[in-house]
Write a protein that binds this ligand. Sequence first.
Ligand code: SF4
Ligand code: SF4
Length: 465
Amino acid sequence: MMQLKLLTFKGGVHPPHNKDATEKLPLKKAEVPETVVIPLQQHIGAPCEPVVGVGDQVKLGQKIGEPKGFVSAPVHSSVSGKVVAIEARPHPGGGKILSVVIETDGKDTLDESVKSRGELDQLSAGDIKNIMQEAGLVGMGGATFPAHVKFSPPPDKPIDTVILNGAECEPYLTADHRLMLEKPEDVVFGLKAMMKAVGVEKGYIAIENNKPDALKTMVEAAKGENNIEVVALKTKYPQGAEKQLINACTGREVPSGGLPMDCGVIVNNVGTAAALANAIKTGMPLVERIVTITGSGVKEPQNLIVRIGTRFEDVIAQCGGFTGDIGKVIQGGPMMGIAQYTTEVPVIKGTSGILVLREEELQLSPPMPCIKCSRCVDACPIGLIPTKLEAFSEKGMLQEAEEYKVVDCIECGSCSFVCPAKRPLVERIRLSKAQVMAEKRKAQAEAKAKAEAKAKSEAQIKAEA
Ligand code: SF4
Ligand code: SF4
């Protein structure tokens, strides 16, 4: 039975939506560029190794990068053409990453592996997870966690619920909104496949109530699916963050330092569900995605379906180019996006938006001393004390930061957004979070090495006895 109830979480902020420029614009296929630059790492986990060489002809959908570990995802060619280089190129996540550069031949010759995987009814849970893995599916909301890993929880973490995230709470972005309006059947199909992959009976599609047309369309598309509930969420940032979404839909709390599977839930973006539907129905791996290109610095904002590997500058050129003096180009939205130092970076699996802001829009006022107004504390959706965490970070007090649960910070930027003193809260907190996590990983690796050395020496003693 479909129900619409208004759900939310504690804390959060209300940044201006700024979605008017693109929310009513239908999806359009972007032109295929002359050259694509496809990074061999577009996901959380181990990078891929190239399985093609310079000079090779490749086809659309052909695997060009093989994962080096289980927590990884293969990479496929988004065009047919010729490999002209395999070299480190700028990556929207920062730095340079080994990438396969392909000159397109304009033919879009399909790889032989691209064919329907059959009817969903005929597929087993294992088949669906294999399809996720082979298609290189990752979380398309920006997290880019490999989908097959998320859908393979350890046996002691039983899953009973899958939630699709259609909140799209980041200002400016409208890619998921348009997807739900234009391909709602794929979203529902993908959710059903995900539910089958982990054998669960309950699925949610969660959408903020500032998208009434998407809510209506998804309710219609899910009609007759008794175990799928479309829920309306209160419009509030960061409503689309996993922990907030789980709490809003199920009332459950993800424990501190834990993951959604710790409370029996898997969360995925609506885009990932649609990509899974496409991979099952047509066999096409993840080689293109919807990107919102917007902001005052772009002449003609649009929602484009863009081939992976298309450089930002090529996408922006298709939107009429820049207007005025450009202050910032961001991958994603203004709250959690990543500022770019070059527009040579390519669209990757996690690129939900390209936001271009003009110089005069940027807040360049220097930070002032904290006035102890506690607005950041009220805004934090996790219940942290950002002002304290910032101070610990500034003074390098990592132990204290850990005690105050810095690792639970979801880096949503709500604290910085409300701070009247314009303190760089999220930037500093992110830094100490990374340091604490690095220390933890180091301690874990040392403990593991110690335990292995101990086991080895005990085995040696036994063998010699
Ligand atoms: S402390 Fe972290 S989780 Fe809390 S508001 Fe700031 S960025 Fe968001
Ligand atoms: S919002 Fe800014 S000024 Fe207010 S307590 Fe937090 S850090 Fe201090």
